[in-house]
Design a protein around this ligand. Structure first.
Ligand code: GLN
Length: 486
């Protein structure tokens, strides 16, 4: 396999065993980036020098006989809504076009402590609002499997870079599916940890009660290793969990015999995409053949999830985005007085989807409508959470498709409502706060990847990682690479 397509763990082993130099590993991905970026457009900012320098340091350590950590010398991309000290963090928005954070997100501090090699900032939908990366104010990212199609979103740049061979791994964020759906569209692994498992400090807020950072990787082993690095309580994020963080790699190889897997009937409705259904059902059958028990379950409030999510997320977003007023924060467009300054700034610098959500959110929160919309959505959220709690009384994990269709064409989802409906299989997981992972489970006749979503109990990333690993080992999807030139 081409070097730039290898997994982090295989490269790490080769660097440690002196089969290869970290400098070669870093150079391979930098060259690949230069070759593919014009077509894929995964990055908003490329920091090749930083990546190559980090690799040089890794080689010096190896030469001195020192131990190195998992990510050392193996460059990765960071979604552009995660604050990187001294490096522009724009959230793919014009309102933050010149924002250089004076501090690191906690995940970046943790990666820095692990001597990671930073390769650049990945494109995304503006403020993580979207499912195709077409809402970026700067560029459209193309899916490496078919350049006419979207990579998914909002972490589309992160997923496309990992799929294209222009990053060995990436971080994304997931508020309603933004790690899992692009992972599914790009044929890679995407893990949304339990709400609170990873600190949100320094993640530019979209919907604070739903946002979570997680890894996008080429296989499950890499995802487990990166979660090991970024997980844990943080006193800068009071919603981060104080529960002990296990070594997520430890349970990967346990078999799946006797595990109970629930299949919610609401996620396999009539009229679903035939190729998606076939691959996902095939994956569930494969887990059954490995000794897991598969049972039909119901998550009865699923049909209300999109409505609840598209009130709660915009309501939180409208509040979070108030700070970009041209005075206290972000870009400024002058006006005759303070009101026109704020109006001019927000009119010129926010994109249409962001404006739409601010309006929906403020409407849902306004006096007279609060009870009918926002409060009701919160009640529905509780019912959705209870659906999962009930289901997890009888099953260990839940298996579903990640997305209702494979990657769609750029420009195909022009109607915002159509785009929102795409999130039906992912938003309930955020509303419930539970962990979910997407692993490749097949390809369509047009060679587009399909993702299997595995959903776990709160803070039980171990079990979904273990089932994902068992499934992955039994198939060769993990060895397929975009462009067919693995
Ligand atoms: N597609 C969903 C939205 O537009 C999810 C986005 C996300 O998870 N950040 O809100």
């Amino acid at each position: 396999m081409k070097l730039y397509f290898e997994t982090v763990h295989s490269l790490h082993d080769k660097i440690v065993n002196k089969e290869i130099k970290a400098a070669e590993v870093a150079q391979a991905v930098v060259s690949r980036l230069e070759e593919t970026e014009g077509k894929v457009g995964a990055y908003l900012d490329v920091e090749s020098e930083k990546a190559l320098n980090a690799a040089k340091k890794t080689d010096e350590k190896i030469a001195k006989g020192e131990e190195i950590g998992f990510l050392e010398g193996i460059p990765g991309a960071i979604k552009d809504n995660i604050c990187t000290k001294g490096v522009k963090t724009t959230c793919a928005s014009k309102i933050l076009e010149n924002f250089v954070p004076p501090y690191n997100a906690t995940v970046i501090d943790k990666l820095t402590a692990a001597n990671y090699a930073f390769l650049g900032k990945a494109n995304m939908d503006e403020f993580a609002m979207g499912g195709s990366t077409e809402n970026s104010a700067y560029k459209t990212t193309h899916n490496p499997w078919d350049l006419e199609r979207v990579p998914g979103g909002s972490s589309g740049g992160s997923a496309a870079a990992v799929a294209a061979g222009s990053a060995y791994w990436a971080l994304g964020s997931d508020t309603g599916g933004s790690i899992r759906q692009p992972a599914s569209f790009c044929g890679v692994v995407g893990l949304k940890p339990t709400y609170g498992r990873v600190s949100r400090y320094g993640l530019v807020a979209y919907a604070s009660s739903l946002d979570q950072i997680g890894p996008i990787t080429r296989d499950v082993t890499d995802a487990a290793n990166i979660l090991n690095i970024i997980a844990g309580h943080d006193e800068m994020d009071s919603t981060s969990s104080k529960k002990a963080v296990p070594d997520f790699t430890k349970s990967l190889t346990k078999d799946v015999k006797g595990l109970k897997i629930g299949c919610p009937k609401e996620y396999f409705a009539d009229g679903m995409d035939a190729e998606t259904e076939k691959s996902v059902r095939g994956a569930i059958d494969a887990l059954k053949a490995m000794g897991a028990e598969v049972v039909d379950i119901s998550l009865p409030h699923t049909k209300y999830a999109i409505s609840a999510y598209y009130l709660i997320a915009p309501a939180e977003a409208a509040t979070n985005l108030q700070r970009y007023d041209g005075v206290s924060y972000g870009a400024r467009v002058d006006g005759e007085d303070i009101v026109s300054l704020m109006t001019n700034t927000r009119t010129a610098k926010f994109g249409n989807e962001v404006k739409r959500r601010i309006m929906i959110g403020n409407y849902a929160l306004s006096a007279g409508y609060y009870d009918a919309y926002y409060l009701k959505a919160l009640k529905v959220r509780t019912l959705i959470k209870q659906d999962f709690e009930d289901a997890f009384k009888s099953v260990d994990i839940i298996a579903t498709p990640t997305a209702p269709t494979p990657a769609f064409k750029i420009g195909e989802m022009a109607d915002p409502l159509q785009m929102y409906l795409q999130d039906i299989y992912t938003v309930p997981i955020n509303l419930a706060g539970v962990p979910g992972i997407s692993v490749p489970c097949g390809f369509t006749a047009k060679n587009l990847p399909i993702g299997l979503q595995l959903i776990g109990k709160p803070l039980d990333e171990e079990t979904i990682l273990r089932v994902a690993y068992a499934y992955e080992q039994a198939h060769d999807w993990k060895d397929k690479r975009a462009g067919g030139d693995a």
